[in-house]
Design a protein around this ligand. Structure first.
Ligand code: HEM
Ligand code: HEM
Ligand code: SF4
Ligand code: SF4
Length: 426
């Protein structure tokens, strides 16, 4: 496979940001098919249209997903990317690696594929970019037998779960996101590898409402850490902030001139519920009114900590626009414990109540968020066995089109018009 002229891509080698073009060129010295990746991409830049054919169905025996098949529509010009399948490999929780593990994986990938990767796909997987159909089973064999690693998910199934780094190096994690993510991934291997759902379904785990894995926007079931008791206050450290001994926000704004820290302006007046005040030189919080937004904790990490009684809020139904509009997840369970002690029983029970229902009534290629819109939140809550709460809505409905169940209405829905006419002559 020969080098191609790539005048447009060459322009992307200038500038300070690491250039993917430079990287692919370096890889092409070892793997000549990478010249064809650059060649076909240059052609797309020139013609402003993709040069991949529609779809592609490939995989490994036993699984219904994990590999995204792709074929070039100009294979005679770029034979090195005639087949260009992508393999999703399950990543460790929060993406901590040893160089040994990565080196082993890259050796396998240079043996069976292009050596090009995506670290990582948006859902979380290690993405191995570009190989031929006949290499899939040999790669899968080596991955499982030599490395004890598995594929990730694709298709109408549970996709690869992901989490924030949680307790591993964050003081705000309200539960062990990595443990939860790993345990549920193992628990639901069957649902990940063999599509059985109306459409795709994703879990994401964030340790607190800062939501570093963006669970609220990117997962059908978002597990977002929070606490039930009071924010833990270290009054001496609060004074330290007020005396400018510690930088606000861990120094996040140090590059700009924001004047000296002003606790009134930067914390108390910005609290969304106005539940903080200073009294005799001490910071007070009315925790009953605190919505646990994280703002004060984010500003004064040395002085304030989430409460000790951690758990999570469960929100359901986030999705991208197709078909009927983008959705953030909606709050369904305000607080549940999320703990290894009972093998995440509450969470698993809730997830399965959603699946039992959605797998039956979800329409073909209907995300659970759309199913919820179609049947309505009250019906969804009944389906998953959750009592309606004020916390389920941002504000009550403004239209009066209220459905009642017949048993809630005195006398029911069966009415006799003659009996009505006896009182109201036509
Ligand atoms: C004391 C006077 C009135 C009383 C007690 C009264 C009562 C009612 C009631 C009980 C309904 C049924 C609501 C429902 O189905 O949920 C209704 C519907 C309606 N009324 Fe009246 N009404 C009065 C005057 C009027 C007047 C003066 C007009 C028109 C000039 C009017 C036009 C209507 C219309 C168009 C509806 C149907 C609304 C709909 O179905 O969306 N009403 N009224
Ligand atoms: C040629 C004249 C009219 C035609 C063809 C017409 C037709 C209709 C039709 C087809 C509906 C819907 C019925 C349903 O969905 O069950 C309707 C509803 C209604 N019409 Fe008319 N209409 C006419 C004149 C008027 C006038 C003059 C008024 C008031 C002064 C009026 C007031 C209403 C009201 C209040 C409703 C009920 C709306 C609702 O239920 O939400 N209409 N009309
Ligand atoms: S989501 Fe919260 S707990 Fe997780 S890493 Fe971000 S700030 Fe820390
Ligand atoms: S976490 Fe948010 S709502 Fe609660 S006290 Fe701090 S700023 Fe106010």
């Amino acid at each position: 496979m020969a080098k191609h002229e790539t005048p447009l891509l060459d322009q992307l080698e200038s500038g300070p940001w690491p250039s993917f073009v430079t990287d692919i060129k370096r890889q092409a010295e070892k793997k000549p098919e990478c010249w064809d990746i650059l060649g076909i991409l240059e052609l797309s830049f020139k013609e402003r249209i993709t040069h991949w054919k529609h779809g592609g169905i490939v995989g490994v025996f036993g699984y219904g997903g994990g590999i995204v098949g792709r074929y070039a529509d100009v294979p005679e010009r770029f034979p090195g990317v005639e087949h260009f399948h992508t393999i999703r490999v399950a990543q460790p929780s929060s993406k901590y690696y040893t160089s040994k593990n990565l080196r082993q994986l890259m050796n396998l990938w240079e043996k069976h594929g292009s050596g090009m990767t995506n670290f990582h796909g948006s859902t979380g997987d290690v993405i191995l970019l570009g190989t031929r159909t006949e290499n899939l089973e040999p790669f899968f064999w080596d991955l499982t037998h030599e490395m004890g690693q598995d594929l990730g998910g694709s298709g109408s199934n549970l996709r690869t779960p992901a989490c924030c780094l949680g307790t591993s190096r964050c003081e705000w994690a309200c539960y062990d996101t990595q443990e939860a993510c790993h345990s549920l991934t193992m628990h639901y291997q069957d649902e990940i590898h063999r599509p059985a759902f109306p459409y795709k379904f994703k879990f994401k785990f964030s340790g607190c409402p800062n939501d570093c894995v963006a669970a609220i926007a990117r997962s059908d079931v978002a597990v977002i850490g929070t606490w039930k008791d009071d924010i833990r206050i270290d009054q001496a450290a609060v004074k330290g902030y007020m005396a400018n001994e510690f930088p606000a926000n861990g120094g996040a704004f140090i590059g700009r001139e924001w004047d000296a820290f002003d606790i009134q302006k930067e914390v108390i007046d910005l609290c969304p519920t106005n539940c903080m005040w200073m009294e005799d030189g001490e910071l007070k919080i009315d925790d009953a009114e605190c919505t646990r937004c994280m703002h004060c904790i984010n500003v004064m990490p040395r002085a304030l900590r989430p409460g000790a009684q951690g758990g999570a809020s469960i929100c359901v139904g986030a999705k991208a626009p197709i078909l009927d509009g983008a959705q953030f997840a909606t709050l369904i369970l305000p607080f549940i414990p999320v703990t290894k002690d009972n093998d995440f029983e509450e969470l698993i029970e809730f997830i399965e109540s959603i699946w039992d229902w959605w797998m039956e009534i979800g329409k073909n290629r209907e995300r659970v968020g759309e199913t919820m819109q179609r049947v309505g939140l009250p019906t969804f809550l009944r389906a998953v066995g959750v009592e309606a709460l004020p916390q389920h809505v941002k504000y009550p409905r403004e239209n009066p089109y209220v459905f009642w169940n017949e048993e809630e209405v005195e006398g029911g829905f069966e009415r006799d018009v003659q009996e009505f006419r006896a009182r109201h002559a036509a």
